[in-house]
Design a protein around this ligand. Structure first.
Ligand SMILES: Nc1nc2c(ncn2[C@@H]2O[C@H](COP(=O)(O)OP(=O)(O)O)[C@@H](O)[C@H]2O)c(=O)[nH]1
Ligand SMILES: [Mg+2]
Length: 305
């Protein structure tokens, strides 16, 4: 429980702006009012404004209305407790864990648009896995900008993990070499950084498929995870990105970055209800320690803290 408390505190700080906008207004909304259609309309509007998305807002509204009809909820305070419990149930444990190879190295491919936080999120994952005693390699397959390789190299040095970067501009060949190095060095995890791309850039989406195919040929069962990094400050556009990327590559989970200092933390709920993808990790700062596996219990507690 001490762990849970610390996580809630850290998350609560990161989510303070979401809370001010979202829960702050919910408390005001419910205070001293009776649960009628007007209140339910207001609730729905607040939830949409807090980026939970239309699907989630309607679902929550209907659930609350039903609970009210059945007299399981009577006043405003009870409504908030009820909402917390309902929202926590959206994420069963089974789809939040990271898929690991049963034998040999685990390969995690990381994709997303420019600036969404891919490289920083890789540093965070590398740090976490290293802290768990795993040997980690990074593949610098964002060959578009020299600065991108440099940035990843700085993280690798700081965290103390291996990095494989190529001299050429072909990301698939960097990944090819990185797979060999991972196996040769007996590493447990290979994290693959990739260049930012938009789903509308067909050639770049094909390049991503090619990277995935190289990994699949080199290491059995790879990639074990394809994580899409979504910038938590973008709100509803994140949903469009998630839909498009999952159509192009088989995304297995979301790394939702920049949840600190955003008022759009409600997007976690929208991603659950509008795209059928689990959020596996959340980024709550620029440092490599600023990451949490997504857990609905502390998350919802922090959202309503
Ligand atoms: N506040 C905050 N900033 C972040 C987080 N993740 C990444 N960033 C910042 O977002 C910017 C872009 O990150 P980067 O990893 O280079 O994105 P990439 O282009 O997708 O590789 C950098 O300034 C990062 O420090 C986060 O969780 N919180
Ligand atoms: Mg990058």
């Amino acid at each position: 429980m001490a762990f849970l408390k610390k996580t809630v505190e850290k998350l609560a700080a990161g989510l303070s702006r979401t809370r001010q906008k979202f829960i702050g207004s919910l408390k005001t909304l419910f205070s001293g009012r009776k649960l009628d259609d007007q209140l339910l309309d207001d609730l729905e509007e607040t939830l949409i404004q807090a980026d939970l998305g239309v699907t989630s807002a309607m679902r929550i509204r209907e659930d609350l209305q039903k609970a009210f009809t059945e007299k399981r909820v009577e006043g405003g305070d009870q409504a908030i407790e009820f909402l917390k419990d309902e929202i926590k149930k959206y994420w069963p444990e089974s789809d939040r864990s990271v898929h690991m190879a049963s034998e040999g190295p685990t390969v995690i491919l990381v994709a997303g648009i420019n600036g969404c936080g891919k490289t920083t999120s890789i540093a965070k994952l590398a740090y976490r896995f290293k802290s768990e005693g795993k040997k980690v390699c990074l593949a610098a397959a964002d060959t578009f900008r020299a600065a991108a390789v440099q940035q990843l190299t700085i993280w690798a040095d700081r965290i103390g993990v291996d990095i494989i970067s190529g001299s050429g501009s072909d990301p698939a060949s960097v990944v090819f070499d990185a797979c060999d190095a991972t196996v040769a060095r007996g590493a447990d995890i290979l994290l693959v950084d990739t260049a930012g791309r938009l789903h509308t850039q067909d050639n770049l989406m094909r390049e991503l498929t090619k990277i995935r195919d190289v990994v699949a040929r080199k290491i059995p069962g790879a990639p074990h995870e394809v994580l899409l990094v979504l910038d938590g400050t973008t709100g509803q556009n994140a949903i469009n990105q998630a839909k498009a990327f999952s159509a192009a590559i088989d995304v297995t989970g979301i790394f939702l970055s920049k949840l600190d200092g955003t008022a759009k933390g409600g997007i976690v709920v929208a991603i659950r209800n509008e795209v059928d993808l689990p959020v596996k990790f959340i980024g709550i700062g620029e440092g490599y320690e600023d990451v949490e596996p997504f857990d609905p219990e502390p998350f919802v507690e922090a959202l309503f803290a």
